[in-house]
Design a protein around this ligand. Structure first.
Ligand code: GUN
Length: 287
């Protein structure tokens, strides 16, 4: 039997509808949540990501700003820009679009974003809170995945979740969120030997290794829920995930497509985190 599709776009629309009430309530107190994106260089992929984030802000009624800097800008220039945004009254959330050029110390840059404006959830403060099991501002993609699982009514507590990928943006925070909800979690990566041995044990499988079609049908358990965070462009131009959709679909109970699965949820969670940060700013603390 074919799996049911996680419809990320539809769940994102519901998320925006719920956020509208919180944005309206902030508006009544004279606050318009504001998001700033810092974009270095002219990578087409980063430009598309930032454009989608700005569009989502505008559609949700948020203020948005994009600070564009040259790819060869100095670390001081970038830190000065972030400092200005940290102080700005109009801005409640700041993202520095990744990847950064290699001459910059990404760790130092990301940690310079004020923790209460860190809507990517990359600061050590916010990551530490997640480790402790008290999530504050949580990285957007893993947060979106959790909402997709909940929306589908998939039980997390007591289940075996396997995360393929160990990035700071997705794999590690994803594992922490699943642990906080009582799953038994195995974290693999693209170099894990005999990867299929682990993925075949997953009731919930999150693929986030950045390797096209890494997970194939014989590697998954019948009835598993599969979320594909990968987005890879093949040489012929086609976009595919980390999961081989055709072979996995017939075995899984749920599967997220690429595109149209996790992507819209990542952006929706960025807007949600910005609203949360604005609420925190006016003392309606959710952080
Ligand atoms: N580049 C790819 N994904 C992300 C993300 O979630 N946040 C930022 N800032 N950059 C990214």
């Amino acid at each position: 039997m074919a799996a049911i599709l996680f419809d990320g776009a539809a769940i994102a629309r519901q998320t925006y509808a719920r956020l509208a009430e919180r944005i309206h309530a902030l508006g009544q107190r004279g606050i318009q949540p504001g998001l700033a994106a810092v974009l270095l260089g002219d990578s087409p992929v980063s430009q598309i990501y930032v454009r989608n984030k700005v569009r989502a802000c505008v559609a949700a009624g948020l203020h948005s700003e994009v600070r564009k800097l040259d790819a060869d800008c100095s670390e001081d220039a970038l830190l000065t820009t972030i400092d200005q945004l940290n102080r700005s009254k109009r801005i409640h959330g700041i993202i520095v679009q990744l990847p950064l050029p290699s001459h910059l110390d990404a760790k130092r840059i990301l940690q310079s974003v004020a923790v209460e404006k860190d809507v990517d959830g990359f600061s050590w403060h916010n990551l530490g809170a997640l480790v402790e099991g008290h999530p504050t501002l949580v990285p957007c993609t893993p947060l979106g995945v959790m909402i997709m699982l909940d929306h589908a009514g998939i039980t997390i507590e007591g289940r075996h979740a396997v995360v393929v990928g160990r990035s700071n943006i997705v794999g590690k925070p994803m594992a922490l969120l699943l642990i906080a909800r009582g799953a038994t979690v195995t974290v693999c990566n693209s170099k894990t030997q005999d990867l299929g041995k682990y993925t075949a044990m997953a009731d919930i499988l999150i693929a986030a290794a950045g390797k096209p079609r890494l997970v194939t049908g014989e590697m998954v358990k019948t009835g598993a829920a599969i979320i594909d965070v990968g987005i890879n462009r093949l040489p012929e131009g086609k976009l595919v995930g980390d999961v081989d959709f055709e072979s996995v679909e017939s075995r899984a109970s749920w599967i997220s497509p690429v595109p149209g699965g996790v992507g819209p949820m990542t952006v929706a969670m960025l807007i949600a985190n910005t609203v949360t940060a604005a609420e925190h700013h006016v003392g309606q603390s959710r952080i």
